[in-house]
Each structure stands twice: as structure tokens, then as C-alpha cells.
Design a binder for this molecule. Structure first.
Ligand code: CA2
Length: 138
């Protein structure tokens, strides 16, 4: 079975608790269970509010996971460190955004991570995580 690391960046631990008009009503735990319920891949879920922790997990994924599904949160727009870590990782990378970042403020329109991602999903809500897993496992 495909081994996939699902990484979530800053503030995504608040999913389902604030701003449901933008990010929906599902919590991160709900997202995790619905992804597991697909039964398509071996999944490991991690969330951190700290850039260095995300970099460490990406480095540790080398040789261990076939793919990374990452929602880097606001670090998408700022972090060369996360881009560099993903560039040193040899597996597949899919970037997910719950909201359509291109319909939002200009500062959200560019993601550094997209340069390394094989696919970018934005605006499908939390379905984006399941779509990424289906696509990677397919
Ligand atoms: O649309 C996305 O998934 C984002 O990656 C979410 C980030 C945002 O900075 C990106 O521009 C787009 C923010 C995550 C904050 O998540 C919250 C969830 C619920 C309540 C408050 C924040």
C-alpha cells in the first residue's frame, strides 16, 4: 500500500472551530478519519504551528513515505525552508489548500511550495485532502 505523510501547517489545528465560512465545519480529526475511511493508503497525519518542525518531518520522510500531501497554511506564502526540504525529498508531493487562495487576498496568490508540487488542489474544501490521496493511490 502507498505510504503517505499528510502534513498540516500553522493554525490548521483550529479547523472546524473558527471561520467555518472559509474553512468549513470539519475538524482536522474529522479530515483524518474521512481520509482513513477511504482505505486506499497507509496514512500518517501530523500538524504543527512551527516551520522548523514541518522541515524536520519532511526530512524524516525521505526513504520512508512514497508521497507527502501538504497544506503548509500561511507558510505556503513565505517559506523557502519548506520548499527546500520538499526539494530534497525524492517522493511525490501534492499541495492542498482548503480555500481557493487565488480568490482571496493578493498575498495568498503565490505559494513557494507549488514549485515542488506535482499537483496543487485549492478550493475543494477538505475534500482536497481526499482527492489528493485518491489520486496518489490510483
Ligand atoms: O486554504 C488553505 O488551506 C490555507 O492554506 C489555510 C491557511 C492560509 O494562511 C492559507 O493562505 C490558505 C490558514 C489556515 C488557518 O486555518 C484556520 C482554520 C480554522 C480557523 C482559523 C484558521
Amino acid at each position: 500500500m502507498t505510504e503517505i505523510l499528510v502534513l498540516n501547517g500553522p493554525n490548521l489545528n483550529l479547523l472546524g472551530q473558527r471561520e467555518p465560512h472559509i474553512y468549513g465545519a470539519e475538524t482536522l480529526a474529522d479530515v483524518e478519519s474521512s481520509c482513513r475511511a477511504l482505505g486506499l493508503a497507509e496514512l500518517t497525519f501530523r500538524q504543527s504551528n512551527h516551520e522548523g518542525q514541518l522541515v524536520d518531518w519532511i526530512q524524516e520522510a525521505r526513504g520512508r513515505f512514497d508521497a507527502i500531501v501538504i497544506n503548509p497554511g500561511a507558510y505556503s506564502h513565505t517559506s523557502i525552508a519548506i520548499l527546500d526540504a520538499l526539494s530534497a525529498y525524492e517522493g511525490r508531493v501534492v499541495e492542498v489548500h482548503i480555500s481557493n487562495i487565488h480568490r482571496r487576498e493578493a498575498f495568498r496568490h503565490h505559494s513557494h511550495v507549488s514549485a515542488r508540487a506535482e499537483a496543487v488542489i485549492a478550493g475543494l474544501g477538505t475534500e482536497g485532502y481526499r482527492a489528493a490521496i485518491r489520486w496518489l493511490a490510483g
